[in-house]
Design a protein around this ligand. Sequence first.
Ligand code: SF4
Length: 106
Amino acid sequence: MAPGGLSQILGGLARGDEGDPWAEARCRDGAGTMVSLFFSEQLDDIARAKAVCQRCPLMSPCLAGALERGEPWGVWGGQLFANGKVLAFKRKRGRPPKSERAQLTA
Ligand code: SF4
């Protein structure tokens, strides 16, 4: 081992980036600032979390792991989970309107 190699590895482990396959995860910022985004009930937050996943190099193993674990909720691997299953889409909370609302135009 090269001089300084072990201390370099231990320093990397302490930072959580040496040998950790999830170090490249786009949602992992080391401060947990994206947790509320990935576990939000708001449709716009869910869409933003899914967009983050689309640029993540770990999307496939992340989704496979979430399916295997039956994640109860949240966005994993670019998909929204509820009760351990992928939700194709999520409706807004509350009752749907009885009639279509007029489209806003700018
Ligand atoms: S695919 Fe998984 S690891 Fe990557 S950003 Fe999404 S939730 Fe995080």
